[in-house]
Design a binder for this molecule. Structure first.
Ligand code: TXA
Ligand code: MG
Length: 358
């Protein structure tokens, strides 16, 4: 299959010069084809959420396990009845959704609510709940408004790989497997949306992401974090969100996470390596100066602790793809403070490392 690329920049949109491109994207989606498009978090791979065959195309293109449900995207909260079964909403669920939607939509928050029967069954992987969000990206919103359909879209990467933050990343993973990529430039946030289950007794964060735990606590009063995603227990407990149990975001090379106070173990590990081992390093200047100047590091990012967590979130997946391109065999990455979006960054880091923390 030939993969076409169409450019729709926020600038073109703003000046009304994207009508033709938007119509093209709508034609693809309305005829049951899948299309990759930018959101404010990462690129998504979209299909009509009411069309089972179209949705099947997403699972096939990504190589995604069929028990992993997809997030459904809408452009306006008034379309919620197209994706959710309002008759199953308790007053508490309605209240929670209203509070969160008012505060964080459009934005990087996915709410798990009772699913409408109208949705294709494979969207929810047979669950009776669905994850819904309104993305905060002009191109994504314009596409959703033009197609006027709920669009199911997971991240547009090959399953298990780092999520794509540019059209080039999507092309790298899915060239020949999907018919159309909308190039809207680099995404803003760089990590995916926070997933929160509103149907549980206490609202439960199933995946940390662009909206922080602190922000959710402020609005809802109390949220809990699925214990399985707390980074000390990654890989040890069964997560509530089906997608969180799979290895994810992983580069081809081996990734090891280290904390500053265990840095002597990093050195021991390095000392035991053959001299020609190709090493990558993502750490603070301080750690580098103390320990690594001697080692033969081929690729590095050394400003880790000077950069804000937002900046690290924006770049993390790009770094993991860069080291792959260079054929780096072993990458050491230093932990950062797990507050704000730093919590999501740490979750992704440790998952990408398959839980390997030294
Ligand atoms: O930022 C994002 O959320 C991006 C953009 C494209 O919107 N999408 C994204 O989708 O990250 P995906 O499929 O890569 O991740 C969706 C996560 C998975 O962990 C999935 O298991 C979980 O949400 N999920 C979806 N529906 C669910 C449900 N009904 N119950 C529990 N978890 C659910
Ligand atoms: Mg994903």
């Amino acid at each position: 299959m030939k993969t076409n690329i169409v450019e729709i920049s926020p600038k073109q949109l703003a000046s009304g010069q994207a009508e033709e491109q938007l119509q093209l994207v709508a034609d693809y989606l309305c005829s049951g084809q899948i299309v990759a498009f930018p959101t404010e978090t990462v690129y998504g791979l979209g299909a009509n959420a009411l069309d089972e065959q179209a949705v099947q195309g997403i699972f096939a293109a990504k190589g995604r396990p069929s028990d992993n449900p997809l997030i459904v995207h809408i452009s306006d909260v008034k379309d919620i009845d197209k994706v959710a079964d309002l008759s199953k909403f308790t007053p508490i669920i309605s209240k929670r959704l209203q509070l969160l939607a008012d505060k964080f939509w459009p934005g990087p928050l996915t709410c798990i609510i009772p699913a409408s029967k109208q949705l294709a069954e494979n969207v929810t992987a047979g669950l009776d709940t669905v994850g819904v969000r309104i993305p905060d990206h002009p191109v994504a919103l314009a596409i959703l408004q033009t197609v006027n359909l709920p669009v199911a879209a997971p991240s547009a990467n090959t399953s298990g790989k780092p999520s794509p933050t540019s059209a080039e990343h999507v092309y790298h993973d899915l060239n020949g497997r999907i018919p159309l990529i909308v190039d809207g430039g680099e995404t803003g946030l760089g990590v995916e949306s926070t997933v929160i289950d509103l149907t549980s007794m206490i609202p439960t964060v199933l995946r940390p992401g662009g909206i922080s735990i602190e922000q959710l606590n402020d609005v809802l009063g109390q949220v809990i974090i699925d214990p399985a995603i707390a980074y000390a227990s990654i890989g040890q407990l069964q997560p509530k969100s089906p997608g969180m149990k799979y290895t994810h975001y992983a580069p081809e090379g081996e990734l090891l996470v280290f904390f500053r106070d265990s840095i002597h173990r990093v050195l021991e590990t390095i000392n035991d390596l053959p001299l020609d081992k190709r090493l990558g390093l993502i750490c603070s200047n301080d750690s580098y100066h103390i320990f690594f100047e001697q080692a033969n590091i081929e690729w590095s990012y050394l400003q880790l602790h000077q950069a804000r967590a937002e900046e690290i979130a924006r770049q993390l997946y790009k770094w993991l793809r860069e080291v792959d391109k260079l054929g780096i065999e072993l990458i050491f990455i230093e932990a950062i403070a797990a507050d704000g979006v730093g919590y999501a960054v740490m979750n992704r880091m440790i998952k990408a490392a398959g839980g390997k923390v030294i």
